[in-house]
Design a protein around this ligand. Structure first.
Ligand SMILES: C[S@@+](CC[C@H](N)C(=O)[O-])C[C@H]1O[C@@H](n2cnc3c(N)ncnc32)[C@H](O)[C@@H]1O
Length: 251
């Protein structure tokens, strides 16, 4: 795979938010590692579709998006990158769209398209099998419906609320999470199972094998292993499987 010598730009000043500095900036290294693993599973022949759910004004996702775009550009200088930013219809989409324009001016990438899509993340928002990589930060704690609490403004686990209120909140939260995963699993592209397994297993398999073998020998053993796995899986019907292996779960 061709690698492009792009310098990683860690100055996110124009697209930054306070939240990013406080909560997310310390995890950039880990996120980069995770994104890279997912990118290993993509072929970059067609466009790469990224989606963020609950984007708000976009300022928190832009620094990550910038990292993502830089990582993709190291692998392909000209594949199209198509970004979808979702939030509920009551969000300030005017602010989001303005920020998107600033972001695009800053990124200056001719093959980048960003669009917004209002809708509840607890329902289908995008067509079947269109998302390559999805993100979602600080959103799933929002319930899909209001639960009016008699003695509190909002619910924190462990808080004294009536049994009836707690049961209602828990039931709704469980239902919401199920709907979120169900919707995303329909929207996520289905991958070749061996290829996605490979990107997760290969590093630890290589580390183990390299204890007693040279790098080349270990790589040969891995190739044989995945070749064998592919032939074992070849007669299985994967078409109806739902792959829940999405970034939301891995974080
Ligand atoms: C705390 S903000 C997080 C914003 C941003 N993702 C971040 O990390 O800073 C929560 C966002 O989730 C959005 N949200 C809440 N419920 C949602 C739903 N059902 N579908 C889509 N977005 C939702 C809110 O409108 C708000 O913009």
């Amino acid at each position: 795979m061709a690698m492009f010598d792009l310098k990683m730009n860690t100055d996110y000043s124009h697209v930054n938010s306070d939240n990013f500095d406080v909560f997310l900036s310390p995890h950039v290294g880990r996120l980069t590692e995770i994104f890279n693993k997912y990118l290993d599973g993509l072929d970059f022949k067609t466009k790469v579709n990224l989606a963020d759910f609950g984007a708000n004004d976009g300022k928190n996702i832009f620094p990550f998006l910038k990292i993502m775009i830089e990582l993709i550009r190291r692998r392909s200088a000209s594949c199209e990158i198509y970004v979808t930013l979702n939030d509920q219809p009551t969000n300030d989409f005017t602010a989001l769209v303005k920020n998107v324009e600033d972001f695009k001016k800053e990124i200056k990438d001719d093959f980048l398209a960003v669009h917004t899509i209002p809708g509840s993340a607890y329902q289908r928002c995008l067509p079947d099998e269109t998302i390559d990589i999805g993100t979602c930060s600080l959103v799933l704690h929002w319930l899909s419906e209001y639960v009016v609490l008699e003695k509190a403004l909002f619910y924190v686990p462990g808080m004294m609320v009536s049994n009836e209120e707690r049961t209602k909140i828990r039931g709704l939260a469980a239902e919401d999470l199920k709907n979120f995963i169900k919707s995303r699993s329909t929207e996520m592209k289905k991958e070749d199972p061996v290829r996605s397994l490979k990107s997760w297993i290969l590093p630890s398999l290589m580390t183990g094998l390299c204890q007693t073998r040279s790098n080349d020998e270990a790589a040969d053993v891995c190739e044989l292993f995945f070749h064998d796995l592919r032939s074992r899986f070849s007669d299985m019907k994967w078409a109806n499987c739902k792959f829940y292996e999405v970034i939301f779960k891995k974080l």
